[in-house]
Design a binder for this molecule. Structure first.
Ligand code: FES
Length: 209
């Protein structure tokens, strides 16, 4: 069994589930955010929103998040918030270090996920990237979105890569249209959350962004 696939939830996972770090109970944060990222789920009204504020050096000052009807995102987003705001030395991270946190880092930090629930850990990093992009856009700076992993296999059931989804999203297709056209997330469904996050990041964006 891999280090991110466990038979049951770890104590660390359950702790974050019961006491989520930096999670908002209200609709909006009690600070002025410089960026906001929101991932919408397939179910009606489900979403994960992250608000951030960065200082002039690109270091995180504040981080808040809220999940609506997205219980699967709670523990991993809580861990993401803790890693970003505590860093490795108890100090908040800079943008590059925060964006380098992968879903597998979150799974490892949480002591692994049972079964195929690893896909839930893609939501936080995807929403964080949107929030950082929003922050940078407001500053008139380049977006951080990277194409480095575009050739990675995203949907094993239909042999589709990240690039396939990005291309269809940039061409303006809705997620439903991509599902009908390519079949993504219509097999086992385990790729759905990551596919939706990638689609949302690239929908109607021209190449190079
Ligand atoms: S991996 Fe995409 S539907 Fe199974």
């Amino acid at each position: 069994m891999s280090e991110v696939m466990m038979e049951k939830y770890s104590d660390c996972y359950l702790d974050h589930l019961r006491s989520p770090r930096f999670m908002l109970r209200e609709e909006s944060p009690d600070f002025e955010a410089s960026g906001r990222g929101r991932i919408k789920g397939g179910a009606r009204d489900s979403s994960l929103t992250i608000w951030i504020r960065l200082n002039d050096d690109g270091i995180f000052e504040r981080f808040a998040w809220r999940a609506r009807h997205f219980p699967r995102a709670v523990a991993s987003t809580s861990m993401l918030a803790e890693l970003v705001m505590s860093g490795t030395n108890g100090r908040p991270l800079a943008i590059d270090a925060a964006l380098a946190i992968t879903p597998f880092d979150l799974a490892r930090a949480l002591g692994g996920f049972p079964g195929h629930k690893i896909h839930a850990s893609f939501l936080g990093p995807a929403a964080l990237r949107l929030a950082v992009d929003d922050h940078l856009r407001a500053q008139g700076l380049d977006l951080q979105a990277s194409d480095a992993e575009d050739d990675a296999l995203l949907c094993h059931c239909h042999t589709l890569t990240v690039r396939d989804v990005i291309g269809a999203a940039r061409a303006g297709h809705s997620f439903d249209e991509i599902q009908n056209k390519l079949g993504i997330a219509t097999g086992c469904g385990s790729c759905e959350w990551q596919a939706r996050a990638i689609h949302q990041m690239h929908h109607n964006q021209p190449p190079g962004h």
